[in-house]
Design a protein. Structure first.
Length: 269
């Protein structure tokens, strides 16, 4: 029961709640886990965050078996599943709210390789402006995600991309792709207007060819300040980034998303 629960490093109280729930409702939780393992994560739509976490923990055994069949090491399994604890922490340790995101980890579609996460991605996003991109609708890409909790050190990011080149060639040789892709507030071109030159974010931007940017501030506000306020003056100023961003917004600046890509040959070993 919950064979891999310890690798999640959950808050002690939350871990106890999950184990207690698993003991009380094991049959139902295992049934839900079987559905999720078959790809039916919609079965958790109306379940509590604690139930979602317990089911995800039960799913880990099936996910680990998939890793073993692919030949992927346990260290990558542990690193990848650490995202579950991050999202539980973001949810005030009430459980796993964002099961729609974590299902990618459980389904062996996202892997953490060092600082960054990499997702097997068939690009069918109708909102992208493909005329500005070197790939077309339906092409296979590797989507780069940036997990929170660590500094965005540029050398660590480069090392992650190099690891990804080797990883996908070794474990997913039939998944042919030419580009890494990312759409994130971290790539927004106007970040240069208020961020410190040479900062980790500006250096991270330099890894990508940024095709274009769009004005959409929600992601940046959430990542920088935690939540959105109608009154800009209410945003905290606990970090240099918060102070600079707040000042930028007070002076009429806009936040957004940047859409960028990296030719995988750039970092081939």
């Amino acid at each position: 029961m919950l064979k891999w629960i310890d690798i999640l490093n959950l808050d002690d109280e939350l871990k106890k709640k999950v184990i207690d729930l698993a003991q009380k409702d094991k049959v139902n939780l295992l049934s839900l886990a079987d559905k999720c393992n078959s790809g039916n994560f919609s079965c958790l739509k109306f379940k509590s965050d604690l139930v979602r976490l317990a089911v995800a923990a039960f799913c880990l055994n099936d996910t680990k078996e998939q890793y073993d069949r692919l030949g992927i090491g346990e260290n990558i399994f542990v690193d990848t599943m650490s995202d579950i604890n991050i999202w539980c922490s973001n949810n005030n340790n009430r459980g796993l709210k964002n099961i729609g995101w974590i299902k990618n980890h459980l389904s062996c579609e996202i892997f953490r390789l060092g600082r960054l996460q990499f997702q097997l991605y068939e690009c069918k996003n109708p909102t992208l402006n493909y005329s500005k991109l070197p790939f077309k609708f339906g092409d296979r890409l590797i989507y780069i995600h940036i997990p929170q909790g660590e500094r965005l050190n540029i050398s660590s990011c480069i090392e992650s991309i190099k690891k990804a080149n080797v990883f996908f060639k070794q474990f997913f040789p039939d998944f042919e792709y030419k580009y890494y892709f990312c759409e994130s507030w971290l790539l927004y071109e106007n970040n240069k207007d208020f961020m410190t030159e040479g900062s980790n974010i500006i250096q991270f931007m330099s890894l990508f060819d940024i095709a274009y940017s769009i004005h959409y501030e929600n992601q940046a506000i959430e990542r920088i300040f935690g939540k959105k306020h109608r009154n800009i003056n209410k945003y905290p100023e606990n970090t240099t980034l918060q102070k600079n961003t707040k000042s930028y917004l007070q002076n009429g600046g806009k936040l957004g998303l940047g859409i960028g890509y990296i030719d995988k040959q750039k970092y081939e070993l």
